[in-house]
Design a protein around this ligand. Structure first.
Ligand code: ZN
Length: 121
């Protein structure tokens, strides 16, 4: 049996730590960006998350899944499919581990391209 509430709580507890370099954080429980005002994760937040996970697409997907579960609980009238697209689908467009830039970070152009590419529903 899974412990979804505890997993979501852990994901939310580290959210600020993951995004502490960025002002694009979610205003909960509405899950809108505190900077842009649009639905979170916004493009800048996605780029920051992708960079923070440095090519660990699986780890990022697991993390975003926990946040997705939290958002499902906090936004009961929002379509689960729409939330899936906002929180998880975009992570699938990120390349799997690929050669890192010489400084060990992901290629920013590669991440930006993946984050901004519209995903099929
Ligand atoms: Zn934003």
């Amino acid at each position: 049996m899974t412990d979804r509430p505890a997993r979501s709580a852990r994901a939310l507890a580290v959210l600020d730590e993951r995004l502490n370099q960025l002002d694009h954080q979610p205003a909960r429980p509405a899950w809108n960006c505190q900077s842009c005002g649009g639905p979170w994760p916004c493009s800048p937040a996605k780029v920051r998350l992708a960079e923070a996970y440095a090519g660990d697409r699986t780890g990022l997907s697991v993390y975003m899944s926990a946040l997705y579960a939290a958002a499902l609980n906090e936004l009961p009238t929002t379509s689960a499919d729409w939330l899936y697209g906002a929180f998880i689908r975009w992570t699938r467009s990120l390349p799997r581990k690929s050669p890192a830039a010489p400084d060990g970070r992901r290629n920013k152009k590669e991440i930006n391209r993946a984050v901004r590419t519209p995903q099929p529903v």
